[in-house]
Ligand binder design. Structure first.
Ligand code: FES
Length: 267
């Protein structure tokens, strides 16, 4: 199956149909009756239709990129964390409100090759694209164990979005005390015949990349980046590749083959 579903032209107004809090996160459900089904790993640019650009210093003013958490016919879910003016505004939305959405955008995950098992590894809000990917893998009767890392118990509530995850927290309040990459090392020690699918903050992704490179394990990394346009026009999201070129995360990613990168940029 193609890794890319093309977005309809332009942004569309979608109605918020649900909002639930999950520890430190908010899961927002929107109706997208005419929208195409996104591929796991693809993202949308979201903005509130009201109160956007009118705050202090006119922030927030650009739409924000969010991976799809889950998709069902005519419905989309996104996992949000209030970390700034844009996410605060989106987290404050209620059913009946509207958002501007452009998407699905970018390139999603590709299925494992060579009968490798999928091994999902997420950090924080990077859990989101792994949920829709796990849904698809499990529906195809492929095992998809998940390893998730969070800061503390409030954030670890997000682990409920995946089936049977192993959890690590920085403070040890839930699961293993330490980094999710500790769990990844243990899982690869058990069985290296895997393809690793990872999403999370840059230092975590860099650790996953280096670990997989050292062991010769293929990995697909869903990069997080500040995206101004989301569709290839502004070149604000470029990252250097191992061969000396550059790719745009929004159109050539956000899912990139780890082997293409010498390192994951710090931001
Ligand atoms: Fe504009 Fe990628 S966000 S080119």
């Amino acid at each position: 199956m193609s890794r890319r579903t093309l977005a309809p032209f332009g942004r569309r107004a979608l109605e918020v149909t649900g909002r639930r809090e999950l520890g430190a996160y908010v899961v927002l459900e929107v109706a997208d009756p005419g929208g195409p089904a996104p591929r796991p790993g693809q993202f949308f640019m979201l903005a509130a239709t009201e109160g956007w650009g009118g705050g202090e210093d006119e922030r927030p003013f650009l739409p924000r990129a969010f991976s799809v958490l889950r998709a069902r016919p005519g419905r989309l879910e996104f996992m949000l964390e209030d970390v700034g003016p844009g996410t605060a505004r989106l987290c404050a939305l209620s059913p009946g409100d509207a958002i501007w959405a452009t998407g699905p955008l970018g390139l999603g995950f590709a299925a494992p090759e060579d009968d490798r098992r999928a091994l999902l590894c997420g950090g924080g809000v990077g859990t989101a694209p792994l949920a829709i990917w796990q849904d698809e893998l499990l529906a195809a009767a492929r095992p998809a164990p998940a390893l998730l890392g969070f800061r503390d118990a409030a954030h670890a509530a997000g682990a409920a979005l995946l089936a049977n995850p192993r959890v690590a927290t920085d403070d040890g309040s839930v699961g293993h005390q330490g980094l999710v990459t500790d769990l990844l090392v243990a899982a690869l020690d058990e069985d290296e015949h895997a393809t690793v699918y990872a999403c999370g903050p840059p230092p975590m992704l860099e650790a996953v990349r280096a670990l997989c490179a050292e062991r010769g394990v293929p990995a697909q990394l869903a990069l997080e980046a500040g995206m101004a346009c989301g569709f290839g026009a502004c070149f604000g999201c470029v990252v250097p590749t191992r061969d000396g070129g550059y790719v745009r995360i929004c159109v050539d990613g956000p899912v990139l083959d780890a082997a293409a990168l010498a390192e994951v940029p710090a931001h």
